[in-house]
Write a protein of this length. Structure first.
Length: 363
């Protein structure tokens, strides 16, 4: 459970304090991490010591110590030196690694619980029983953030994110696949949408500064008040991440609460979408218009169907805009100045965008 890098950092830190070289071996005599260059020459002695009943022993000018995990031999520690000082420092180093084992095992248990909680793999009674055993509060406000980067995840990347974002001891940072990192964030009672957006922006800035990855995206669900609802916020965040790629691809941060009609369209079957487009536009796709027409349509929607403001922002005469809208009405039968027609056209554009995205996934 403890990575070799963590063991190495611990050995180097201990050497820096007490000026004694250390090396950690597995039960088969393989050197995992240490500050000595010739660790391999002790492998036979390590195997022999591991098979003996002794818990510590002086061999070949070194002190050997066994480190257990619930009565199971996990590591063997070597401290260079034969005197009383080397023995005491070796015992301290073994004690430190023993504590690391306990801490990492507790974190592993919590991490395993959080993963199963997110994936809805636990019965309701098990959720509360395990949460109580692991000293996790059940009735506090929480929200799920999903962080997607352009690189696949490994344990080192996950630890790095934990170090960067693990500001609160009651937050959990985990992963259920190789693509995304999940942050289970505990909130204060007063935290609302403004605070959530601020948290997401801070996460994004920290990760970009540390990794240099400009393709990081963050999505988050709604706030839940009970631990049994955490999976709901996770599903919402996951949906926000997927829907955001289709309808809000210009945004780096997407909240589930801002998805609007996009999350309804995302759940429509493709045959129904194709039927809708065919019935409204008689087989012609609304995204087949020239760039000038599409730019006019999008700007008209941005300005809430206001002709004067749209013509001003497009730097065209009002009559020119009216001419373009009349031309569009003749070709589609929809007058964007009429609210109902504008809604139909807007939905159609979103449906086409969704269909194109799904087609790229199929190929």
């Amino acid at each position: 459970m403890i990575t070799n890098q963590i063991l190495l950092n611990t050995m180097e830190g201990l050497k820096g304090i007490c000026r004694v070289d250390f090396c950690v071996y597995d039960t088969e005599g393989k050197a995992l991490a240490g500050t000595i260059e010739n660790g391999q020459e002790y492998e036979d002695a390590v195997v022999s010591f591991g098979q003996s009943p002794a818990e510590s022993q002086a061999i070949q000018g070194c002190q050997f110590f066994k480190i257990f995990d619930e009565q199971q031999l996990e590591y063997i520690l070597l401290a260079v030196g034969e005197g009383e000082d080397a023995y005491m420092l070796g015992r301290l180093a073994a004690f430190q690694i023993q504590n690391l084992l306990v801490a990492y095992k507790e974190r592993f248990d919590k991490d395993n619980f959080i993963k199963n909680l997110l994936l809805d793999n636990l019965l309701l009674v098990d959720i509360y029983n395990r949460a109580k055993k692991l000293h996790i509060d059940t009735e506090v406000k929480r929200v799920i953030f999903i962080i997607e980067t352009s690189h696949e995840k490994d344990s080192a990347a996950l630890d790095n994110v934990r170090n960067l974002l693990g500001g609160k001891s009651k937050d959990f940072i985990t992963a259920v696949d190789e693509k995304n990192i999940i942050v289970v964030k505990e909130l204060y009672p007063r935290d609302g949408s403004r605070e959530l957006d601020k948290m997401a922006k801070e996460m994004l800035a920290l990760l970009r500064e540390d990794t240099g990855d400009e393709r990081i995206h963050i999505a988050y669900g709604t706030v839940v008040n009970d631990i049994k609802e955490v999976s709901k916020s996770y599903k919402e965040a996951k949906l926000a991440l997927d829907v955001g790629k289709i309808f809000f691809d210009e945004k780096d941060i997407v909240a589930y609460s801002t998805l609007g009609i996009g999350r309804l369209i995302y759940q429509l079957p493709l045959p129904l979408c194709k039927m809708f487009i065919k019935e409204i536009f008689e087989g012609k796709s609304p995204d087949e218009f020239d760039e000038e027409t599409l730019a006019t349509i999008n700007k008209f929607f941005e300005n809430s169907l206001n002709v004067s403001e749209t013509s001003r922002q497009l730097y065209i005469h009002r009559n020119t805009l009216v001419y373009r809208l009349d031309k569009l009405q003749k070709s589609t039968g929809l007058d964007l100045r009429v609210f109902e027609d504008a809604i139909t056209f807007k939905i159609a554009l979103m449906v086409v965008k969704y269909m194109k995205y799904m087609e790229t996934l199929e190929y």
